[in-house]
Design a protein around this ligand. Structure first.
Ligand SMILES: Nc1nc2c(c(=O)[nH]1)N[C@H]1C(S)=C(S)[C@@H](COP(=O)(O)OP(=O)(O)OC[C@H]3O[C@@H](n4cnc5c(=O)[nH]c(N)nc54)[C@H](O)[C@@H]3O)O[C@H]1N2
Ligand SMILES: Nc1nc2c(c(=O)[nH]1)N[C@H]1C(S)=C(S)[C@@H](COP(=O)(O)OP(=O)(O)OC[C@H]3O[C@@H](n4cnc5c(=O)[nH]c(N)nc54)[C@H](O)[C@@H]3O)O[C@H]1N2
Ligand SMILES: [Mo]
Length: 895
């Protein structure tokens, strides 16, 4: 998705964006000025001269030498899903200006893919004063006396690559031969990065977590939906269809104006200008809702199940009273299990959702009056919503995943799907159900242009393991096949308890749809391994995480800037960053090319080089593990890039000559495409030209709607399963606390924890994209990241706007400045996602990390409740909180 700086900016004419952020210039980190684990006073950056606006502007006027230097393409596909264009003017090893996509005039049909303020700070992020430039060792660590208690507090010394690599190889050899693969842990390998080094040695333990998708990571194909790794692109409609044909767009639990910014917002505004109405559902009357003048339906975090059950009840009531709300044809032709006449053949219970909402089984009708005290939604708003999404509307029921990132949200995906089915809002123009704006910027359907695969995996099948390997942990199966995730994993909520308690519950790898019955297992973790890991920020139970890191023998990390995890390491390896690689990334309508922007005079090395060095030191032949050269991998991306033609078939995008192939020094055949490699590299982007009503106007699941027999859905019945036996059987197989789920969605009480009366959610905030960008001085100044609280809740606690407040949950305490507002509903509070922790001796986190408050033991199917942590808030009377712009996470090297 596209991004720019802040909500109000999106109200500007898009042309206004080009000028914004143009004069960011970043100097390289001075050699020896390293970074790290101590929060350092006054962030160096904008004010300190690491940006060099001198040389960019003279006497307030832009210099005429704008092109004196070389424009380079920056990589910015970081966490937010944007993949926007950012270009850097590099002169004498310094980025003196940045700009964004200006390759052609901007229009809805042929848009510029513009980067946000974060993208404009990409050079500052990677090459700022906090850059890690040399291999580092924690001063008081030694194999004999690790002094784990000093992790995060100790001093750092610079060491040579040889010393660093020899030490790591020796530690790995020792731990694998003594304890085996259960002793080595990569606690937050959420994205399946994996490690060829650890796989060669015999495998290692990793984590699964409900993380981003929350309950939507369950096997949605059981309900009939495409699997979540597809992100649902197949279920949603193309942006032009929505703009042209929808009259209602529901933004359910999402805020694209903050989390997907420019391109998504622009498409939404076009729909608005074309007459669509908007409804925003959630605890926050957020930037998107305001931009689109949406009707705000307030729902407390983590209470969507009672809200939606009452919506179903109301749809039935209104349909009975006035008709034309429920599309019964849809319900009976395309769904199973809503009512008695549509039960699936595999149903074990003589019950269904219609009976449940009427109260047939428990005597409790799920009326708005029943739901309102549970979800905080006014009764009349539930009725309003039920009426609005009835069958008369051409409605898009889009959703983010925020409502799924809650404990007790297991049934939200099935229930929201039910509402879409009752209204018949699937598979026709102007109607769609699915995850929308955040990752796809309203672009449903397959990529119209896409990058080729690098085809550069690794194969450790020829490596003799150092111990008896445990196949369940191996990413690389014999024959070199790499499955998405290992068979055995530690759940996110147990990620750190497992290290300390030496046991965990294996439930397989639900992320990959591979569920196993809950089973208690032993582990004995001695080594923690991480590569650019966001774990200690992103994983729940942060304070327990620090204890876990301090308890093991050896922690090794690699990174180019300090992150919460690297601060607790014993050895940090400097890795080359993403602005130092050449490659491609694609979204549905754009293919972006990026290059090495700067090459600082430091000791950073590529991940691959580090892995090769370690493999060789462990006695393996690295050339047999990595079989494709980096040049060949890049060429494969170019030559495999494709474009969709009007028949829906892919064709080669790039024209590549024998000279191009020779210049790259790779193997390949010349090919014909629609643009030459040289032209593509010069522009840095290929943008697919669209037109309203063109043949690429995808309507999600239209094939199924046209012919459900011929094009069945992936569920057992081939239809949407509003009663889904497979869902119940799967959920009940792994229930952590014995709670049981029905095949149809039901209410599961999420009891408050005594003394903690507010529900805290974590809005994804413009300063950062997950773990990226949080530490950048310019962004720290631009986005203060206050804690959001309702006016009445604040008044009741004697709290005023701008006060420092102490936020406590059962697992941690955070100090933050408060923004008191009417935009947050009573009972809910918002702590921006992505802030990095800064835990003092008093155990209070002054960095404001959400994961300091989120945690506890797993319940249900192990949902991490990032959006419904129970907290209490009080006015802080101690020493005033230092603003984030006054400090930065750094690593001070003492020798
Ligand atoms: N409290 C709280 N916690 C949350 C959330 C919340 O709202 N509140 N949100 C959750 C959500 S939605 C998400 S998606 C997660 C995100 O979880 P994070 O772990 O924060 O994810 P990212 O920032 O995407 O990336 C993690 C790390 O991967 C590194 N990385 C990127 N590419 C590569 C690569 O090619 N190789 C290697 N080795 N490393 C690489 C990056 O440098 C980064 O440090 O956080 C979740 N955690
Ligand atoms: N700037 C920026 N952009 C990002 C990211 C980032 O860190 N920063 N992260 C990226 C990632 S990985 C993701 S997953 C997306 C997330 O981005 P979004 O999908 O937009 O999700 P959130 O920001 O978590 O929450 C959006 C809205 O959901 C509502 N909400 C919160 N909890 C609940 C709930 O329990 N029920 C209901 N009904 N509503 C709720 C709140 O009103 C909030 O405004 O953003 C991506 N884009
Ligand atoms: Mo996410």
């Amino acid at each position: 998705m596209m991004t720019d700086s802040k909500a109000s900016d999106r109200m500007l004419d898009r042309r206004g964006f080009v000028a914004a952020g143009a004069a960011v210039a970043t100097a390289l980190a001075a050699a020896g000025s390293l970074t790290g684990c101590a929060p350092k006073g006054k962030a160096e950056g904008a004010a300190s001269g690491s940006f060099a606006p001198e040389g960019t502007f003279e006497g307030g006027k832009a210099m005429t030498t704008l092109n004196d230097g070389e424009w380079k393409f920056m990589e910015c596909d970081k966490g937010c899903g944007g993949g926007c264009v950012t270009k850097a003017l590099v002169k004498d090893g310094v980025v003196v200006r940045t700009k964004t996509d200006d390759t052609h005039e901007d229009s809805l049909e042929y848009p510029q893919f513009r980067s946000c303020l974060r993208g404009r700070c990409a050079a500052e992020f990677e090459f700022g004063t906090d850059r890690i430039s040399y291999p580092l060792k924690r001063k008081n660590w030694s194999p004999e006396e690790p002094h784990g208690e000093l992790r995060g507090k100790d001093e750092w010394v610079r060491i040579s690559w040889d010393e660093a690599l020899d030490t790591i190889a020796e530690q790995l050899r020792k731990v694998y031969t003594t304890y085996g693969p259960r002793a080595v842990y990569y606690p937050w390998d959420q994205w399946g990065v994996r490690s060829p080094v650890l796989d060669a040695c015999g495998g290692f333990m990793v984590t699964w977590d409900t993380c981003s998708f929350g309950s939507y990571l369950s096997d949605l194909s059981q309900l009939g939906l495409p699997e979540v790794s597809m992100g649902g692109v197949g279920t949603i409609n193309d942006r032009f269809d929505i703009i042209e044909n929808s009259n209602l767009i529901v933004l359910y639990a999402q805020d694209p104006a903050w989390s997907a910014i420019a391109f998504a917002a622009w498409n939404l505004r076009a729909a608005k200008e074309n007459g669509a109405e908007f409804i925003c559902v959630g605890p926050f009357n957020n930037a998107s809702a305001n931009m689109l003048d949406a009707k705000w339906i307030r729902v407390l975090p983590g209470t969507d199940t009672p809200f939606l059950l009452a919506v179903v009840y109301e749809m039935l009531r209104l349909d009975g009273e006035q008709g034309d709300i429920v599309d019964w044809d849809f319900v009976h032709s395309y769904c199973v299990g809503f009512d008695d006449e549509s039960m699936p053949v595999d149903a074990k219970l003589d019950e269904n959702l219609m009976g449940y909402v009427r109260g047939d089984y428990d005597g409790v009708p799920k009326t708005p009056e029943w739901a309102s005290p549970l979800c905080g939604t006014p009764v009349e708003d539930i009725t309003y919503f039920a009426q609005a999404v009835g069958k008369q509307a051409d409605a898009v029921l889009s959703h983010g995943f925020a409502a799924g990132r809650c404990t007790g949200s297991e049934d939200v995906p099935q229930l929201y799907l039910t509402v879409a089915c009752l209204g018949g809002h699937i598979g026709k123009p102007g109607n769609a159900y699915g995850p929308y704006w955040v990752d796809y910027s309203a672009c449903g359907g397959e990529n119209l242009v896409k990058a080729g695969s690098a085809n550069a995996g690794w194969d450790v099948s020829g490596c003799e393991p150092l111990c008896e390997p445990e196949q369940v942990f191996l990413a690389t199966l014999p024959g070199g096949q790499i499955p998405h995730v290992a068979e055995e994993n530690i759940g996110g909520l147990e990620a750190y308890a497992a290290v300390l308690d030496k046991k965990y519950h294996n439930v397989g790898s639900p992320w990959g749809g591979n569920w196993k019955p809950l089973e208690e297992k032993d582990c004995d973790i001695h080594v923690i391994w991480g590569e650019r890991s966001g774990g200690l920020r992103a994983a729940p139970n942060h304070l327990l995480g620090i204890e876990a890191f301090r308890s093991v023998d050896f922690v090794v990390m690699r990174d180019y800037v300090p992150r919460p995890d690297s601060c607790y390491a014993d050895i940090i390896l400097p890795v080359r960053g993403r602005q130092q690689t050449e490659g491609l990334s694609s979204k549905r309508e754009e293919l972006v090319y990026y290059t090495e922007v700067l090459n600082p005079d430091d000791e950073s090395q590529t991940d691959r080089w580090i892995n090769e060095q370690l493999l060789e030191r462990l006695g393996y032949d690295a050339s047999k593990v990595y079989t494709v050269s980096p040049e060949q991998a890049l060429y494969n991306q170019f030559s495999g890039s494709q474009l969709m033609n009007e028949k829906g078939e892919y064709e080669p995008l790039l024209t590549i000559s024998q000279d191009d192939i020779d210049a790259m020094g790779v193997e390949g055949e010349p090919q014909e495409g629609v643009v030459t490699l040289a032209e593509f590299k010069e522009k840095g982007i290929y943008t697919f030209k669209r037109q309203a009503g063109d043949v690429f106007t995808h309507i999600g699941l239209a094939d199924f709607i046209a012919n459900p027999k011929k094009n069945p859905l992936p569920s057992a019945s081939g239809k949407f399963e509003l009663y889904c036996q497979a869902k119940a059987d799967t959920y009940n197989m792994i229930s952590f606390d014995g709670s049981q789920f029905k095949p149809y969605p039901t209410y599961h009480e999420v009891s408050p924890v005594e003394g903690y009366e507010l529900r805290c959610f974590n809005p994804h905030y413009p300063r950062a994209a997950n773990s990226f960008y949080t530490n950048v001085p310019t962004l720290r100044e631009a986005w203060e990241a206050p804690f959001l609280m309702n006016v009445n809740d604040a008044a009741a606690r004697g709290i005023a706007d701008g006060d420092d407040v102490l936020i406590s949950s059962p697992v941690g305490k955070v100090l933050r400045q408060v923004c008191v507002t009417g935009l947050i509903m009573e009972g809910a509070v918002g702590l921006p996602n992505s802030l990095w922790p800064k835990v003092g001796e008093d155990g209070i986190d002054r960095g404001g990390c959400g994961s300091t408050l989120v945690g506890g033991k797993p319940s249900g199917m192990g949902m991490t409740g990032q959006n419904n942590a129970w907290v209490r808030v009080e006015k802080w009377t101690g020493e005033a909180l230092e603003p984030d712009s006054a400090w930065q996470q750094t690593i001070e090297v003492t020798a």
